[in-house]
Design a protein around this ligand. Structure first.
Ligand code: ADP
Length: 349
């Protein structure tokens, strides 16, 4: 059934086939041979639209990738620029734009930037505070030494007074440097803690005895209320430092006629020690801040021989944290404060 070619008298070529139907009849099928060869046909009917669609697709792809680049690359570029600025000490918040992942990155970056800023600020504050605390006693020492040297201080009494001031201020400097060193070691985790098994109530009883006289002198009653004989694994000297600070503060911030209760109670693997006073109290917004280095609720309270510099509670906190415990305050202004220390115990006697 192969098609044959016939050229008519006009020169037109035909494809035709002849199929016999029976002995007398045939079916002749003929179509004019296409003028264009198949390749030309493909070129005209297929390739051109293909090329047109291709070009359109390329333009579309360019357009889409341009939009994508703007959508993803621009916020990423902002993150990069902000990171560079942060490295140079300037932090700017990045707006949250682009796809979810890029927005998350920007959000995380903003949080990191904020933390870096807070930490840098706290470092600057720390240096400023240390400098300030060093400057006051140094100025005093310098002034009195100068006065002795140039003969302004003449009499024996004046000389004695000058020496007393110098001794007091050097002691204060010594305490400050000691506290700073302790704090730095505790924060860095390099403090050498001498942990042994300690009967906590006994340690607290000794502390109370030590403060009995001071409390009496200030007209403050000291009450003991110990429940449960917990044995804890701790550095006794460091713990004594914590409770010295808490009881000392309680006496310092409680008016005559007030009372301080030192109590313990057991709770679920922990022992809770409470140093509760009926003193001036602490406003709610300061409850967290008083555990920060150099933070004092009332700066004007400064001055006087026994003044602190606001390091006591931050040291206490670091000591308690390094024993796997926690410390917090519950307080109402003008009613009193309750400092609670939570320490894990080894066993109960
Ligand atoms: P300071 O050397 O000033 O006593 P602390 O770190 O021991 O430093 O205490 C920080 C601040 O917390 C104090 O300046 C004081 O304002 C406040 N504070 C601490 N204990 C008490 C308390 N028992 N009652 C009221 N305020 C307190």
């Amino acid at each position: 059934n192969k098609a044959l070619i016939y050229r008519d008298n006009k020169g037109v070529e035909w494809f035709y086939t002849v199929t016999p139907v029976d002995k007398r009849y045939y079916i002749l099928t003929a179509i004019p041979r296409p003028l264009l060869p198949l390749r030309a046909l493909l070129q005209n009917e297929f390739l051109r639209p293909l090329i047109q669609v291709g070009i359109l697709a390329i333009i579309f792809a360019f357009f889409i990738s341009w939009i994508m680049a703007k959508w993803i690359a621009r916020p990423l570029q902002r993150v990069a620029l902000s990171a560079k600025a942060l490295a140079g000490g300037k932090y700017q918040r990045i707006p949250l734009e682009g796809p979810v992942e890029v927005r998350q990155l920007a959000e995380t970056f903003n949080e990191m930037g904020h933390r870096v800023q807070v930490s840098a600020q706290s470092q600057r504050d720390f240096v400023a505070n240390v400098s300030h605390e060093l400057k006051t006693p140094l100025t005093s020492i310098q002034g009195f030494t100068q006065a002795i040297l140039d003969g302004t201080v003449r009499t024996k009494e004046e000389l004695l007074k000058a020496h007393k001031v110098i001794l007091r201020e050097t002691s204060r400097l010594h305490r400050l440097v000691d506290d700073l060193l302790t704090l730095a070691r505790l924060e860095a985790g390099t403090a050498d803690l001498q942990k042994t098994d300690i009967a906590l109530n006994e340690l607290l009883k000794n502390m109370a005895d030590k403060f009995l006289l001071q409390a009496k002198k200030m007209g403050v009653e000291l009450i003991e209320d110990f429940n449960g004989e917990a044995i804890i694994h701790a550095d006794g000297d460091r713990l004594a430092q914590v409770f010295t600070n808490l009881i000392d503060n309680a006496i310092k911030y409680t008016e005559k006629g007030g009372c301080i209760t030192l109590s313990t109670k057991l709770a679920d693997g922990f022992v809770l020690v409470s140093v509760k006073d009926t003193g001036i109290g602490i406003p709610l917004k300061e409850h967290k801040r008083i555990f920060e280095r150099f933070y004092q609720v009332d700066k004007s309270r400064k001055g006087g021989v026994g003044r602190g510099v606001g390091l006591g509670l931050s040291i206490a906190k670091q000591i308690i944290l390094s024993h796997g415990g926690d410390i917090w305050v519950e307080s109402t202004p003008n009613k009193g404060s309750n400092f609670v220390v939570k320490i894990p115990f080894q066993y109960i006697k």
